[in-house]
Write a protein of this length. Structure first.
Length: 471
């Protein structure tokens, strides 16, 4: 009897252990199924996010979707119809490990954007174990590629009016006669700001009230930024009613591509309105204080204008270099461009300067050389030895002329903007020679930020920003 009782106890214990095992296994399977279940609420909490903060045109952009507690093999994607200017390149599924140590699926998508502006992508369709879900893309803004985007000047008036934000639009503003307005000049999309100047507007007062530290713009020059950097504050008081334009402000800036760009005040139609108290000089004489004030302003403006004519600005030199570059590449309109260039040089006091060699003539000579050589070869094959020899001699003569012309055309030249010439390419050079702007020089060598030039039959080093290259 005792043996049977012990046997029943062992059977009862084994059954109880088996029941507990089945209960634990069922609970484990239940938890596993619950973890693998992906609900609509889970999908609504997901967003396809961009990998970078800023996107550019014609440069591949990556978006990432992370789905927690789902295996990659359990996920399929269906692409929507993307808007115009958005090109889908490729996609890839990967495993990923979350911060809490759980496995999940990661979907990477690559696109190329052709247009700038705010981009809103349609939702991506995914299937998780056969269930359909829509996942939203995060909205992004696409900018022009830094290699092609150009610096921009914008003006912010004290009343909040912004001019130059959109280069495709020509805004218009209305100002009051004899009332002072203030605005700040900003520079955008540039890695370096250089000299800037302005012309005194007619029939108005215009002055700079504050100059900002423009060196701060190049602190992080390697990174693209959309930030508007303040350059200077101005005050402007127009004295004559009617349509006019903004004061002409000119600046030299370096784009992200490394190219030097010369900027001017954004286009804007300005209307100056009177206050109903306009007085003609012949009908009403101004008081003595106004007469003295007007006379002093006119005298001061005349003095400034006279001084400005004596100084060759960097922008005048850059314009001469631009015209000389056009002269090099011109053909049918060479005489017109040359006359325009000569007039620009005479306006800043440069005379008897050399003309630019025409690159088109070199191309014509090369074509003539090839034609004569081919003709000589054909005549030789036809066994017309005398004619072939005669054409060959003419071909050799034209080749010699072509070589001389090529030597002249291929020489690099530039126009001095200003600055100093050093005997060595170092800012710390003990001996420096100041040079005036506008001179055309020969470029012999290039080392980092320096050019070795021949100036007045003497050689020396000049910084690149002080020389506008003729292209």
């Amino acid at each position: 009897m005792e043996k049977q009782a012990n046997k029943r106890k062992k059977q009862f214990g084994a059954g109880l252990l088996a029941a507990l095992s089945l209960l634990c296994a069922g609970d484990l399977f239940s938890q596993t199924d619950q973890k693998q279940y992906f609900s609509r609420t889970d999908a609504e909490q997901l967003t396809i996010v961009p990998k970078d903060d800023i996107f550019f045109t014609n440069k591949e952009a990556q978006f990432i979707l992370k789905i927690p507690q789902v295996l990659p093999n359990d996920v399929q994607t269906e692409l929507p119809n993307f808007p115009e200017g958005v090109v889908f390149n490729s996609s890839k599924k990967n495993d990923y490990l979350s911060e809490d140590g759980r496995m999940g699926a990661e979907i990477d998508l690559w696109f190329t954007f052709r247009k700038t502006g705010i981009v809103e992508m349609p939702p991506l369709i995914i299937y998780v174990k056969g269930r359909r879900h829509s996942i939203k893309f995060k909205q992004v803004e696409v900018y022009e590629n830094p290699r092609t985007i150009l610096p921009r000047l914008t003006l912010m008036f004290d009343n909040g009016t912004l001019v130059g934000e959109d280069n495709k639009k020509n805004p218009s503003i209305t100002l009051e006669k004899d009332k002072t307005v203030r605005f700040t000049l900003y520079l955008q999309y540039a890695i370096q700001a250089q000299q800037f100047a302005w012309n005194i507007p007619k029939d108005s007062l215009f002055r700079e009230t504050k100059r900002y530290n423009m060196e701060s713009i190049s602190e992080r020059a390697s990174e693209f930024s959309t930030r508007k950097v303040p350059v200077a504050d101005f005050e402007w008081t127009p004295f004559t009613a009617g349509p006019t334009s903004l004061p002409e402000i000119r600046m030299m800036a370096v784009a992200y591509s490394g190219r030097s760009v010369y900027l001017t005040t954004p286009d804007c139609l300005v209307t100056i309105t009177s206050q109903g108290k306009d007085k003609k000089i012949e009908n009403a004489a101004p008081d003595e204080s106004e007469s003295v004030y007007a006379y002093a302003w006119a005298e001061d403006a005349a003095d400034k204008t006279q001084n400005e004519k004596k100084i060759v600005s960097p922008f005048d030199c850059a314009e001469v270099a631009r015209l000389r570059s056009m002269e090099r590449r011109s053909f049918f309109n060479a005489s017109k461009i040359r006359a325009e260039r000569i007039a620009a040089e005479e306006a800043i006091g440069l005379q008897n300067t050399e003309n630019e060699p025409l690159a088109t003539i070199l191309l014509m000579l090369l074509g003539l050389d090839g034609t004569l050589l081919a003709l000589a070869l054909v005549l030789a094959l036809l066994k017309k030895r005398f004619e072939a020899a005669l054409v060959g001699v003419v071909a050799l003569a034209t080749i010699f002329i072509t070589a001389l012309d090529a030597n002249t055309v291929m020489q690099r030249r530039g126009v001095i903007v200003g600055g100093e010439i050093c005997p060595v390419p170092e800012d710390s050079a003990m001996t420096k020679t100041a040079v005036s702007g506008g001179s055309r020089v020969l470029i012999k060598e290039e080392v980092q930020n320096w050019y070795y030039i021949v100036y007045n039959e003497n050689g020396g080093w000049i910084r690149k920003e002080n020389l506008a290259v003729i292209k």
